[in-house]
Design a protein around this ligand. Structure first.
Ligand code: HH2
Length: 263
């Protein structure tokens, strides 16, 4: 899944793709480089960020979705937790809602997704991006996140979303300390209990920089190491900024599966 942030302030590519023409070119390039999904976001969710209005978010993403729906052969996902933004994006050609609040912000969104036969990514976060790093204590980290995701999956199924259209995500960097992000990565295999495709967003995140001492733009090698660990831990979808490099890593690791290796 290639990341396309149409925002002025995303932690890694903020401000680079505000122009719809540049955003379109970036998405087409990620498709050529091996992306299977393009994830378009109009609001930064980096720690401490504030929510933008629906009007502003749709103003940023809709023109890009409109253009790309005609040109891409791969599906578009809309990275939003706001119902109005999600519905407008689906109606313009997005096929998946990537919801960092796992359908908890507005109960009606699940039904909107079900009615359109769209896909959904259910991600774990505690609080909001503004507050999520204030308290990162968990009684039992992995079981708590698994159980949160289990409830979110129940919400999705109850609204009529097909099981085949659901993926889950532990939400790296969303209300977790550095150590907890590493623990989650080391214990990713435990999420197979949910028996659903597992998506992870590790690319260029700060816990990777904490290990390598690099800033956002210098985190490719660290991200690739984390992605490899995630594949060994059973991840099915990698949400990344550097598509070509990750696609090459995945294509080598995928060769291990027929030999009884990587799941
Ligand atoms: N991470 C970010 C945004 N959306 N969605 C899912 N499912 N999983 C993630 O880990 C995830 C996500 C944050 O990264 P980015 O979009 O690059 O930055 P920003 O939130 O600053 O726009």
């Amino acid at each position: 899944m290639g990341v396309l942030n149409v925002t002025p302030d995303s932690f890694s590519d903020g401000g680079r793709y505000l122009d719809p023409g540049l955003a379109e070119a970036r998405a087409l390039r990620m498709e050529r480089e091996g992306a299977h999904i393009i994830d378009i976001g109009g609001e930064s969710t980096r720690p401490g960020s504030l929510a933008v209005t629906v009007r502003e978010e749709t103003r940023r993403v809709l023109p890009v979705i409109k253009r790309l729906a005609k040109r891409l052969r791969i599906p578009i996902s809309i990275d939003t937790w706001k119902r109005d933004v999600a519905v407008a994006a689906l109606d313009e050609g997005a096929a998946i809602v990537n919801d960092v609040r796992a359908l908890s912000a507005d109960r009606r969104l699940a039904k909107d997704i079900a009615r359109r036969g769209a896909g959904v990514v259910l991600m774990h976060m505690r609080g909001t991006p503004e507050t999520m790093q204030r308290d990162t204590t968990y009684r039992r980290l992995v079981p708590e996140i698994v159980s949160y995701l289990r409830s979110a999956v129940r919400r999705a199924l109850d609204a009529g979303i097909a099981r085949a259209n659901i993926a889950v995500d532990p939400g790296f960097g969303f209300g977790k300390s550095r150590e907890q992000n590493f623990e989650l990565l080391a214990r990713l295999a435990e999420f197979s209990a949910l028996k659903l495709p597992l998506l992870v967003g590790l690319s260029r995140k700060s816990f990777i920089g904490a290990a390598t001492g690099r800033d956002t733009d210098g985190r490719l090698y660290g991200s690739l190491a984390a992605a490899s660990a995630a594949i060994f831990g059973g991840a099915h979808v990698l949400r990344v900024h550097d598509v070509l490099a990750h696609a090459e890593v995945a294509s080598v690791l995928d060769r291990l599966a027929p030999a009884g290796g990587v799941a």
